[in-house]
Design a protein around this ligand. Structure first.
Ligand code: ATP
Ligand code: MG
Length: 406
């Protein structure tokens, strides 16, 4: 079995844009296996065939497919001529060592010119397997499902299906910029947007050299992990400590958290626009912390003209943690660090900020200068998966660490 048959679901529904979605998915799959011995990734009448070379294991290729959004399910498959004798013979050969209590055959006919209907082929091939192996047919609860897909000149067969990640192919929904802290929530928020076909650019605010570099390293690790799902990412590391110190001097303590957040939004918006991103994304959740009351969310959101998406807004911490664990971001997120906000966070932040009050407190700050300074000093790093140098299977960073040159 040296093929993997990939099925897509949701994109099949997308009407006239379907060829575009499909070509994007094919391109993404090609990118995802670029460093592996894969001979071809080709669209074939409603499915995609990934043809493996001798140097690729199906597990490692399967692992990449499992991280390619737009894939509904996939199966390790073999290709034969479109000939029921040849097909049945090969299936029986493949099943040689296998025992099972019950089975059924499931046929899909992509080319309706084939002279038998799908149920007829199911009965025919099923009957032959039954008499060769003596297995019981069970249409409801078969232990083994033999799938057959009949195309124009060839057929595929495979046993069982693996679930793909679903969603839409990366790049089909446009770009967003995610404010990525070192915490648990924002990587999950980014992943949810990726799943809907968005390309995500990451913006991390840090307070180095006032605080350690730990938060930047966490951000890099998180972006490395997330890049496995979109193949290319850009991370903007924005120095924020200076700005926070100036806010501390000028703004009453209870209001500071909201003022920091509004500054972050303004800076992220500027970066987003330069990158062609159409929205900002945060990991905010109603009521999670003081800065995330409805009132504060509104005042924070008020500064950005771009839409702000908060995909986790109604989730419990437990649900988010479960998702982070599944994604693999959780162990990175819980590495201790001094987040830029913890140092400068007052003990009793205001929970019901009023816009007029905050705006008046901000009048003493050189907001535009802050934004320009932060954008100018931001350091850009690019990430790529799979790494371009060799096929270690690790997302690799090809860092362009030149401050401000973007
Ligand atoms: P997370 O929400 O990612 O787990 P957290 O809980 O420490 O981190 P919050 O205080 O809940 O962060 O911040 C809410 C949101 O604001 C984050 O989800 C993130 O989108 C954004 N944010 C906070 N701090 C930063 C930062 N240092 N850099 C970039 N974005 C940040
Ligand atoms: Mg949070």
């Amino acid at each position: 079995m040296n093929s993997i048959v990939v099925h897509y679901q949701e994109i099949a529904l997308k009407g006239k844009t379907r060829p575009w979605f499909l070509s994007r998915l094919v391109r993404n799959l090609r990118g995802a296996v670029a460093d592996l011995d894969v001979r071809a990734v080709r669209p074939l009448m409603g499915r995609i065939e990934v043809e493996l070379g001798p140097g690729a294991t199906r597990e490692e290729v399967g692992d990449r497919i499992r991280r390619t959004f737009g894939v509904a399910n996939f199966s390790y498959a073999a290709r034969t001529r479109l000939d029921l004798d040849v097909l049945t013979e090969q299936i029986l050969r493949e099943l040689r060592d296998r025992t099972c209590q019950s089975f059924r055959v499931s046929v899909r006919r992509a080319d309706k010119r084939f002279p038998m209907t799908s149920p007829e082929v199911e009965r025919e091939v099923g009957g032959r397997i039954k008499s060769a192996r003596g297995w019981k047919v069970d249409l409801e609860n078969a232990e083994l499902v033999v799938h057959i897909e009949l195309l124009t000149a060839e057929a595929f067969y495979f046993f069982g299906k693996e679930r793909g990640p679903g969603g839409l192919p990366t790049g089909t929904a446009g770009r967003v910029a995610c404010l990525l802290s070192g915490g648990i929530d924002s990587p999950v928020a980014a992943h949810r947007m990726m799943r809907r076909g968005c390309s995500v650019t990451f913006v991390h605010f840090h307070s180095y050299p006032i605080l350690s570099r730990a938060s930047q390293d966490k951000a890099r690790q998180l972006v490395t992990l997330l890049t496995q799902w979109q193949q290319r990412s850009r991370l903007y590391l924005v120095p924020f400590g200076d700005i926070q110190q100036q806010v501390v001097l000028a703004v009453p303590a209870p209001m500071r958290v909201v003022v920091y957040r509004r500054l972050m939004m303004r800076i992220a918006e500027q970066i987003a626009r330069a990158r062609g991103a159409q929205a900002l994304v945060t990991g905010e959740v109603v009521g999670q912390v003081a800065s995330q009351t409805l009132e504060n969310l509104a005042v924070i959101g008020n500064v950005a003209a771009l839409p702000i998406f908060r995909p986790l807004i109604g989730m419990d911490k437990e649900e988010i943690t479960a998702e982070a664990t599944k994604l693999g971001s959780y162990p990175i997120s819980i590495i201790p660090d001094q987040d830029c906000c913890t140092l400068f966070t007052p003990r009793h932040p205001q929970t019901r900020a009023r816009l007029a009050q905050v705006e008046s407190a901000e009048t003493v700050l050189p907001i535009q200068e802050f934004v320009e300074q932060a954008v100018r000093e931001a350091v850009v790093e690019d990430f790529q998966f799979p790494g371009s140098v060799s096929g270690s299977g690790e997302a690799r960073r090809s860092a362009t660490r030149e401050g401000g040159r973007w």
